[in-house]
Design a protein around this ligand. Sequence first.
Ligand SMILES: *[C@@H]1O[C@H](CO)[C@@H](O)[C@H](O)[C@H]1NC(C)=O
Ligand SMILES: *[C@@H]1O[C@H](CO)[C@@H](O)[C@H](O)[C@H]1NC(C)=O
Ligand SMILES: *[C@@H]1O[C@H](CO)[C@@H](O)[C@H](O)[C@H]1NC(C)=O
Length: 344
Amino acid sequence: MSLAWKFILTKGAVALCILLTNAAAPAGSSSSEEFYGNLVAQPSRLARSIKKHGMVPIDLWDDKSFNFEPFHSWVINGSIYMRNVSRNYPLSFPCGVWVNHNYKFVFIRNRKAASTTVTDNFDKCHYGNADPKLCIEVASKASLIERGIDPAMMWRDYFVFTTSRNPWARAGSSYDYCSTKWARTDGACRQPAFSSFCRDPSILGKISNLFHCFDKVGMYHDYYHTEPVAPCITTPEGLPALDYIIRYENLSSDLPEAVRLINKRRDPSLPPLPEPKIYWKKKGQAARQHEESGIDAHKAALVGHGDKYHQCGMQCVRDIYYYFKVDFELFQIPLPASAPEDGK
Ligand SMILES: *[C@@H]1O[C@H](CO)[C@@H](O)[C@H](O)[C@H]1NC(C)=O
Ligand SMILES: *[C@@H]1O[C@H](CO)[C@@H](O)[C@H](O)[C@H]1NC(C)=O
Ligand SMILES: *[C@@H]1O[C@H](CO)[C@@H](O)[C@H](O)[C@H]1NC(C)=O
C-alpha cells in the first residue's frame, strides 16, 4: 500500500472515530455535564460472547508462582533511588481467578467492576455451609495438579468470563473506595485531590504506605485497586483470554445471559444454576449522591463519576485515558478530542 493511501485511510479512521464519539452525545444540545455523564457511562464494545485466544499466564494468577519483585523494585526505583519510573507499575498482586469444576467455568474478578455481585451468586467453597457443586474456589497450580487438571486445558475447555467497567468510572470508584478503607483520614492521610490522583493513580498507595494510613487492608491494596485490568484478562500478546464479558453498564442483561450459557454447556446430570440475583453490591458514594438527587438508581450508578471529570475537565480525562490505555484499547472506548464549552 502506498504511503499516501495509508495516510488517507488513517485520516479517514480518525475522522470516523471523531464522528462516532460525537454521535454518542445528542448533537447540539449536549451540555458539558451530559458529556461527562455519557463519557463515564460508555460500556465496553468488546462484550458478551467473544473469541478466546488463549490463557492468562499461570504465573499471574497462581499465588505461589506470582513474582512481587518487579513491583517492589518499581517502588524502590521511584521512591528511594529517585529514578525516572513510568506511571504504570508491574502487576502488584495476583489476578483473581476463581473456578467451578462441576459447571466448568472460570471467573476472573476485576476490582471495582461489580465482581462481588457476580460472586455473591455462588458460595465460596471455603465457607462451612457452601454447596460443593455450586461453590467457587480460587484456582491454583497445586489444586489443579491435585485434581489432575492441566491449566491450559481448563482454560481452553471451561467457560471463561469476567466483568468490565468503563475505565473512567472505575478510576473514580477506586479513588472513592480506597480512601474509605483508610483507618486515618486526617493530616498526611487526607484524601488527595482527584486531579492529583488522575495525574498519578499510585498516589493512594504511596500516601497510605508512607504515612501508614491503612489499618487492615495491607500494603498492596491501593495499588491493586488502581491498576489496569487488561493483564488479568488477556494472553501475553494482549488478546482476549475470555469467552464472555459482563459489562457493569449492562449487568442486568449480561449476567443472566452468562448463566444461561453456562447452563447450556453443563453436564445434563447437574441441575441448572439458578437465575442470578442482581443488585449493586458495594454501591459507592457517587451513585448514592445522585440517587438522593432524584436520578433513578440504574442511571445514578452509571453517571455518578461524571461529576469528578466535569469539575476537573479534559486534563483528568486524558490523564486517566493514558494510564489505563491498555484497558481503553481492549474495550474499544475512544478518547474524545474535547468537551463542549458551555461553561457548565
Ligand atoms: C529499576 O531500575 C533498574 C535500574 O535502572 C532497572 O534495571 C529496572 O528495570 C527498574 N525496575 C522497574 C520495575 O522499574
Ligand atoms: C522520564 O521518562 C519518561 C518516559 O517514561 C520520559 O518521557 C521523560 O522524558 C523522562 N524524564 C526524564 C527527566 O528523564
Ligand atoms: C447497555 O446499556 C446501555 C446503557 O445503559 C444501554 O443504552 C444499552 O441499550 C444496553 N445494551 C444492551 C445490549 O443491553
